[in-house]
Design a protein around this ligand. Structure first.
Ligand code: ADP
Length: 163
């Protein structure tokens, strides 16, 4: 049986912090699915198509990493794709408290699904998609927070993003 992990999130947009977690987890799994969870009611800066495109470009060098989208519960997405590991990143105590509850809920809902946490590398611990969005909305330069392959992608994409 192959070991598949899902790395779920909004990825609005993907940051260097996300990229770092996925790359460091790669030796543990045969495949990692970066899964964009979305619901029609939630406001995002970038469209789902744009977020897929950013993630694909970030990991274009790594065939073991794929991108999918889902609506609804993460545990249902994992069942559908025969996934038994959920990967999450931890930056600080706030992430920890939040993630612990989510992991406990998911364990109740799907006992065979294991949530694995990786601590962020300290250089990325202050990076969040929400701060990146704030910088972009105000015309700032967010490139240092974004995967290197996206350096020239985000600004043109902003023209069609919902600001
Ligand atoms: P959500 O909408 O669930 O908060 P995100 O797209 O912001 O999703 O993040 C997805 C996952 O990436 C979460 O586990 C989050 O803790 C982790 N993460 C976000 N930013 C970083 C970072 N800078 N370093 C490590 N992990 C991170």
């Amino acid at each position: 049986m192959s070991n598949i992990a899902v790395f779920p999130g909004s990825f609005d947009p993907i940051t260097k912090g996300h990229e770092n977690i996925v790359r460091r987890a790669l030796p543990l799994f045969d495949k990692i699915i970066v899964a964009i969870g979305h619901n029609a009611g939630k406001k995002n800066l970038f469209s789902v198509e744009q977020r897929i495109d950013f993630i694909k470009k970030t990991f274009a060098d790594t065939p073991k990493i794929s991108v999918k989208t889902y609506e609804g519960l993460t545990v249902d997405f994992c069942k559908k794709h025969n996934v038994n590991f959920l990967l999450r990143g931890l930056r600080n105590a706030t992430d920890f408290e939040f993630e612990r509850d989510i992991a406990s809920f998911n364990k109740d809902l799907s006992p065979n699904l294991e949530t694995l946490f990786m601590f962020t590398e300290p250089v990325y611990s202050h990076i969040s998609s929400s701060v990146v969005r704030e910088v972009l909305r105000h015309g700032g330069d967010a490139t240092k927070f974004l995967p290197n392959t996206l350096k020239n992608e985000i600004k043109p994409s902003l023209r069609t993003a919902k600001q």
